[in-house]
Design a protein around this ligand. Structure first.
Ligand SMILES: *Cc1c(COP(=O)(O)O)cnc(C)c1O
Length: 437
C-alpha cells in the first residue's frame, strides 16, 4: 500500500498550534487519544470527506451526527443559500423558528414548548437551570461516562464511596459546584433507588443520555430508564433526556420514541441544526413557562434561532421525516456492523463486537458490548488505536477515540459501506495480533 501523503495537513496543524490551543477548537479533533496528525478537511460530499492533501475518506463521524442526510446535500445547501441571501441574522424573531419548533413538538410529543440555542452545551446548561428554578432545589444527578457539554456543574465524576458527591473533571470547576452534582454508574438501577432514598428531597433533576454515545455507544439496560422515570415522579424531580446526540439520529422520535419513556425536559443539538450551530431544550409547558420572559428562569442568546441555522435544520429534518428514512438508515448501519463483525472473525479476532441504533454505532475490541464506562475502559483500546490508523491510512475516517460512537448517513448506502468493509478486512488482518493479545 502506498503511504498516504499528509504534508499539507501537517503544515496546517503546525500553523494552527501556534495560535489555537492544541491546534483545534474542540479537543477530540487533536487525535491525542490515537496519536498522529489530525486531517484538515477542505470538502465533503455525501458520505465522503477530502483532506488538504486531496486524500478521500469515507466519513463515519458525519460531524458527530449532524450530516445524517449526507454532506452538502442539495436541499440543505439550497435552503442555507436562500436564507443567507435574505440576511444572516436579525436579533429578532423570524417565521422559520416557529416552523421548526412546531415540527420538533409534533415529532417529540413530550416537547410541548421549546427554546432554540446555539449549541448542545447551552441547551443542557439551560435545562438544568430550569430544573433547579422549577423545583427550587439544587442537586443534579448524572451518570459516569455521559457527556452533556462543557457545563461547569456537569464536568464532574464520581468521588469515592457508594453515594457520593462529584469531583470536578476539569480544572476551573470549583469543588463547591461539583458538590451540587451526584454521580452514579450508568445502568446501576439499584444505586439510583438508593440515591433517591437518601437525597430525594434535594434533587432538582436527573440528566441522562438515554442511549449513551459519549463513552462509545452504551445502551440502557431494561429497567434503567424506567427507574429514573419512576423515581423522578415519586420525588418531584425533573427528568431530563439529553438527546443532543440521539435526537433525530436513532429514530424520528429519539430514544423517547423507541422506549416509550417520557422525560419532562429534552435537550437537542447536532442533527437539529443540520450542520449549522444549533441546540434546543424543551418539554412540559408548565416547566417551560418558567423560562424568561414568561417566568423567572433567565435564558437568552444573541444568535439563538439564527435564520440560516434554522433553514439548515428545517431542510434536514424534512428529509429525515420522509417515510422509511430511519428504516433504511438503521438497516444500512446494522448491516455494516454485521459486516465488520464478520470481517473481524475472518481475521481471527474474537475479542470484537459492534452494535447500532438507527444511524449511530459502536465498535468495541471486547467480547461483549459494554454496559458502563468501566466496560469501555476495559476494552482493548490499543487494538482500537491500531485499527483506527489502519483504516485512516486506507481512506476510512473513524472517530479518533475508543470512547466515541460513530455515525453513518443515508448516503452511505452502497459503495461507501462496501469500501468500509473491504478496508476493514485488510485492517483487521494487520492488527489481529494486537487485538488478540
Ligand atoms: C455533543 C453533545 C453535547 C454538547 O453539544 P455541543 O453542541 O457540542 O455543545 C451535549 N450532550 C450530548 C449527549 C452530546 O452528545
Amino acid at each position: 500500500m502506498p503511504r498516504q501523503i499528509i504534508d499539507r495537513s501537517q503544515k496546517l496543524f503546525d500553523h494552527a498550534q501556534k495560535f489555537i490551543p492544541g491546534g483545534v477548537n474542540s479537543p477530540v479533533r487533536a487525535f491525542r487519544s490515537v496519536g498522529g496528525t489530525p486531517r484538515f478537511f477542505t470538502k465533503a460530499k455525501g458520505a465522503y470527506l477530502w483532506d488538504a492533501d486531496e486524500n478521500r475518506y469515507v466519513d463515519t463521524i458525519c460531524s458527530w451526527g449532524p450530516a445524517i442526510v449526507g454532506h452538502a446535500r442539495k436541499e440543505v445547501i439550497d435552503a442555507v443559500k436562500k436564507a443567507a441571501e435574505g440576511g444572516l441574522s436579525f436579533g429578532a424573531p423570524t417565521a422559520g423558528e416557529g416552523e421548526l419548533a412546531e415540527w420538533v413538538s409534533k415529532h417529540l410529543p413530550s416537547i410541548e414548548m421549546l427554546r432554540l440555542t446555539s449549541s448542545g452545551t447551552e441547551a443542557t446548561m439551560s435545562a438544568i437551570r430550569l430544573a433547579r428554578g422549577f423545583t427550587g432545589r439544587s442537586k443534579i444527578l448524572k451518570f459516569e461516562g455521559c457527556y452533556h457539554g462543557h457545563v461547569d456543574s456537569l464536568l464532574v465524576k464520581a468521588g469515592s464511596g457508594l453515594l457520593t458527591f462529584g469531583n470536578p473533571t476539569s480544572a476551573g470547576v470549583p469543588e463547591s459546584f461539583a458538590a451540587e452534582t451526584l454521580v452514579l454508574d450508568y445502568n446501576d438501577t439499584d444505586a439510583v433507588k438508593a440515591c433517591f432514598t437518601e437525597h430525594g428531597s434535594e434533587i432538582a433533576g436527573v440528566i441522562v443520555e438515554p442511549i449513551a454515545g459519549n463513552m462509545n455507544l452504551v445502551r440502557p439496560v431494561p429497567g434503567f430508564l424506567e427507574t429514573l422515570r419512576e423515581q423522578c415522579t415519586a420525588h418531584g424531580a425533573v427528568l431530563i433526556f439529553d438527546e443532543v446526540m440521539t435526537g433525530f439520529r436513532v429514530g424520528a422520535q429519539g430514544v423517547q420514541g423507541l422506549t416509550g419513556i417520557t422525560p419532562d425536559l429534552t435537550t437537542l443539538g447536532k442533527v437539529i441544526g443540520g450542520g449549522m450551530p444549533m441546540g434546543a431544550f424543551g418539554g412540559r409547558s408548565d416547566i417551560m413557562r418558567q423560562v424568561a420572559p414568561l417566568g423567572p428562569v433567565y435564558q437568552a442568546g444573541t444568535l439563538s434561532g439564527n435564520p440560516v441555522a434554522v433553514a439548515a435544520g428545517v431542510a434536514t429534518l424534512k428529509i429525515v421525516s420522509e417515510p422509511a428514512f430511519f428504516e433504511t438508515l438503521g438497516k444500512l448501519t446494522g448491516d455494516c456492523m454485521q459486516g465488520l463483525t464478520q470481517a473481524a472473525r475472518e481475521a481471527g479476532i474474537e475479542r470484537f463486537c459492534a452494535d447500532s441504533v438507527g444511524g449511530m454505532f459502536g465498535i468495541y475490541f471486547s467480547h461483549e458490548c459494554p454496559k458502563s464506562l468501566d466496560d469501555v475502559t476495559n476494552s482493548n483500546r490499543e487494538a482500537f488505536n491500531r485499527f483506527f490508523h489502519a483504516m485512516l491510512e486506507r481512506g476510512v475516517y473513524l472517530a479518533p477515540s475508543a470512547y466515541e460512537a460513530g455515525f453513518l448517513s443515508i448516503e452511505h448506502l452502497g459503495d461507501p459501506i462496501d469500501i468500509i468493509l473491504k478496508t476493514a478486512r485488510e485492517a483487521f488482518k494487520e492488527i489481529a495480533s494486537v487485538a488478540n493479545a
